[in-house]
Design a protein around this ligand. Structure first.
Ligand SMILES: [Zn+2]
Length: 884
């Protein structure tokens, strides 16, 4: 807390007493303990003695949360241990703190090893498990504030740790005999500091409950996301970020039996804890759901005692496995989300006029934390036995295997998929020899996921092509939609890793008989250069790895060409998108540079002795397109969607190692873009309004002079707007397709419903389904891209295809009966999406317009679409005449 606030917070709470609204209910006298009647050992450091204020009096910075826990650990090193699991992008520590009895803190290594042993029944007999259970505490994992502007959980973590160490209640000490509590108080320190910065900067002389007050109204991008603007609460199985990667690895090391992820939600809401709303993922076990309910009932009892309202079975579902409460469930943990209505500051006025204080919100999360520990303690045997049974059931119920073969157009992406599975605790094996399974032949090196393994359900939830929604839930959604009510689907309904990565996956009923070598967590299989030292130069296979090598080569200043069409030489056919890197024009250390790049990217590089091509275009033809290193501008700030802008930058910079210039959108209309060859507008809101008429005209002029403009998702609305005069396609709006029937006679109920707009809704907004796109293989944009790709369709934007002369629909959706690959799609969206464009291209003057009608960068996890995006960014200018 800056000194100015430290000065102000004390007096300001006193000031509030005079206000007519009961602003800080509990603070009218010197605030007592958050939980009435609690009695503490005064020797234990409090938030006040360490940080200078009481719990709930102000929002604690991540560094101060750490300082407080360090003070506790310094005071009671026999009852608390701490450790780090990484650093955020901005260098802040990611850390945990364990609280337990002195006996348990002294044997943390053993407890961790026991917990892992319980999770694997193949190396732990029932007798051994029983002996572990007899002496093992339940590991209760309490994670907080993964969304940085969800502020009360981290402050509640401090209060809870204090409570456990200082309480004179013998019951609390009894809980610690049965549990080991691991706190992860600040899962997203960069986002939290972004919030506290804007909160402190906007603060006046007194907490302002108005939603318009600057202290509560965060500037873009807000504190929710981490540095890369990822929603960490969607990232657990894809682990793109240090926060999730480190946390997931830590969870695999400890294998907690109970895990809580504590959040905040809208100010008007009360408090949520499980049981969850429908839909439930069918791969969750009955025992997991039962334990969630047991703990939920205890929290309800504690909330009743404190007079705190709550709700269950509403809003927060349990379908997507990438949440902080989703992913651990498939390891067998009883994992739960807790949500408190946010004060988003020190006080908030709800729309019904009630004042919610930060102190209230901290107290509620404190109660929920303590109740969870209490219930876990009371159910120690059951929770530990269930953890053992989870692995047993995984092994016993697993038949056959998933077989993951390389996509010929992108042969190394399957390696990343295998590594990610290992990072989710799934055992993956690499076939030592060629084999046959399910009537297909597979080469040596193919990945095999045998399903008889403790983590069978994790494998199934990540690898199955589709996880169906409960038919009763779906019927209810159709009923609601027919009434003109919104659907109740909270997040995407499709996340299958093989589908998103465009990796062929087959589920075989029988386990193939081939020796398997266990895979590690590496995402890249380093490649060596074949025929290094060949006289003429090198060819590089396309795909994600080849494109990563390309961006690295461009940064290293190499001369790189991309073959626009397939060709054959020495009897081998090379696909379009093959990179040609000749010795001529490149430095003498070319072989070493490419060897290093191949090792880092996994790209497959082959030396060639001469340039002779027996079929297809020659290397000296204009089909060998010179790729230069473009300067890339990326729109940033309003109206971009923060996670979309973040994911686009993440893919280009962190995955492909290529720097971009992020430019605030508001400045684009007057910016001199002549220094850039590419401008990317990420998915977001109303660019036309931000740019203004003159800005749009200036952008058009920049394209005509050779710029490549790439729009992603809803940004494509700008390019296709009639007023922008860019791309000829138009977004299809069913509202304007209707005739004006307002004056017509109303014939019947159906007619009435159609007139008020509820009978034929649509296209409705889609939460997120994976849809097949067919790729025009002749176009330069599709060089090296698979004939079909899978597009995550979200929202309701659908466009008319370009006609000949207007441009090329390089990717279009499949037909109505076969376009859906995974997830839930409403019928009217299905029929309207059929054959419509997913990616459109047209030349404009000397430049290019490239429009993705859906965002290919979502969460950074649509691996199968990355080649199209990278082609757009690098081949767009190569096929234009920009100002280099
Ligand atoms: Zn949240």
């Amino acid at each position: 807390m800056p000194s100015i606030l430290r000065r102000l917070v004390g007096p300001c709470l006193a000031l509030l007493v005079g206000l007519s609204v009961p602003l800080v209910a509990g603070a009218q006298t010197a605030p007592g303990p958050l939980i009435a009647g609690a009695s503490f050992d005064p020797a234990v450091p409090t938030v006040r003695t360490v940080l200078g204020y009481d719990s709930g009096e102000t929002v604690t910075r991540p560094s101060d949360v750490r300082r407080y826990f360090d003070a506790l650990a310094g005071f009671a090193p026999d009852r608390m241990a701490t450790g780090e699991y990484g650093r955020s992008h901005e260098g802040r520590p990611l850390w945990w703190a364990a609280v337990g009895t002195p006996a348990n803190i002294a044997r943390l290594d053993q407890i961790r090893a026991n917990s892992r042993a319980l999770a694997d029944p193949r190396r732990t007999t029932p007798a051994q498990a029983a002996s572990i259970i007899a002496s093992q505490p339940v590991i209760v994992w309490m994670a907080y504030s993964v969304h940085g502007d969800e502020i009360s959980p981290a402050d509640a973590a401090m209060a809870a740790a204090h409570h456990l160490l200082a309480s004179r209640d013998p019951a609390v000490q009894a809980w610690l005999a049965n549990t080991l509590v691991i706190f992860v108080p600040t899962q997203n320190p960069d986002g939290r500091d972004r919030f506290t910065d804007s909160f402190n900067a906007g603060f006046g002389i007194t907490p302002n409950p108005d939603p318009l007050s600057a202290e509560r109204d965060q500037p873009w991008p807000g504190g929710r996301f981490n540095h890369d603007l990822f929603d960490l609460n969607r990232d657990w199985f894809i682990q793109t970020q240090p926060e999730t990667r480190g946390h997931a690895a830590l969870v695999l090391e400890w294998r907690p039996q109970v895990l809580v992820d504590s959040h905040e939600m809208g100010t008007d809401q009360t408090f949520f804890f499980p049981p969850e709303a429908e839909p439930l993922n069918p791969l969750l076990t009955a025992k997991t759901l039962e334990s969630r309910e047991i703990i939920g009932r205890n929290t309800a009892r504690r909330f009743d005692q404190a007079g705190v309202p709550y709700f269950n079975r509403q809003t927060y579902d349990a379908f997507y496995p990438g949440y902080g409460d989703g992913w651990p469930a498939y390891l067998g943990a009883v994992s739960m989300t807790y949500e408190q209505g946010s004060a988003r500051g020190l006080a908030a006025r709800r729309s019904n006029g009630e004042i919610l204080t930060f102190r209230d919100t901290v107290r509620n999360h404190l109660i929920a934390t303590l109740s969870t520990i209490e219930a876990s303690s009371a159910n120690r045997d059951r929770l530990l036995s269930n953890a053992y049974d989870y692995g047993r059931e995984g092994v016993a119920g697993g038949r056959g295997a998933f077989i993951l073969a390389p996509n010929p157009a992108d042969p190394t992406t399957v390696d990343k998929l295998a590594g990610l599975l290992v990072r989710s605790g799934v055992e993956v094996g690499r076939a030592g020899a060629a084999f046959t399974a399910c009537g297909q032949s597979y080469a040596a090196g193919t990945w095999v996921v045998a399903l008889a393994q403790p983590q069978r359900r994790m494998a199934e939830v990540l690898l199955s092509r589709d996880i169906p929604l409960d038919p009763a839930f779906l019927a209810e959604q159709e009923r609601r939609r027919a009434r003109g009510l919104g659907d109740q689907i909270y997040d995407v309904t499709a996340w299958s890793l093989p589908v998103m990565f465009n990796v062929p996956a087959t589920r075989c009923a029988a386990l193939p008989s081939v020796a398997l070598t266990p895979a590690g967590p590496d995402l890249v299989r380093p490649a060596a250069v074949a025929d290094a030292g060949s006289a003429y130069g090198y060819l590089v296979e396309p795909g994600v790895a080849g494109l990563k090598l390309m961006t690295g080569a461009l940064r290293a200043g190499l001369v790189v060409r991309s073959m626009a069409h397939p060709f054959t030489r020495d009897g081998r056919r090379w696909p379009s998108g093959t990179l040609l890197i000749p010795r001529a024009g490149n430095a003498s250390n070319l072989t070493q540079t490419l060897t290093d790049l191949a090792a880092a990217t996994g790209a497959r590089v082959t030396g060639i002795a001469d340039s002779w091509v027996s079929q297809g275009p020659s290397f000296g033809s204009d089909n060998a397109v010179l790729v230069r290193a473009p300067r890339i501008a990326l729109a940033w700030d309003e109206p971009t969607s923060a996670p979309a802008a973040g994911a686009t930058r993440y893919i280009l910079e962190r995955e492909f190692g290529y720097p971009v210039t992020v430019v605030r959108s508001a400045g684009l209309s007057s910016a001199d873009l002549s220094n850039f060859q590419v401008l990317i507008l990420p998915d977001g809101g109303n660019y036309a309004s931000t740019l203004g008429e003159d800005g749009v005209a200036a952008l058009r002029g920049w394209v005509e002079r050779g710029g490549t403009l790439i729009t992603l998702g809803r940004a494509t609305r700008l390019m296709t707007a009639e007023s922008s005069d860019m791309l000829a396609s138009r977004r299809q709006d069913p509202a304007t397709e209707k005739d004006d029937e307002a004056a017509a006679l109303i014939a019947d109920e159906a007619h009435y419903r159609s007139l008020i707009g509820v009978a034929e809704p649509g296209p409705a907004s889609v939460a997120g389904a994976l849809i097949r796109g067919d790729v025009d293989q002749e176009h330069w944009l599709s060089a090296g891209v698979s004939p079909s790709v899978n597009v995550l369709v979200q929202g309701s934007d659908i466009y008319a295809p370009l006609t000949r002369g207007q441009g090329v629909n390089v990717v279009r959706f499949g037909g109505p009966d076969d376009l859906l690959v995974s997830g839930q799609l409403w019928t009217e969206n299905r029929v309207r999406l059929a054959f419509k464009p997913a990616v459109m291209v047209n030349a404009l003057g000397s430049g290019q317009l490239i429009a993705f009608t859906q965002d290919p960068t979502v969460r950074g996890y649509l691996e199968g679409l990355k080649p199209l995006l990278i082609n757009a960014v690098f081949l767009g200018p190569a096929n234009s005449s920009p100002n280099w």
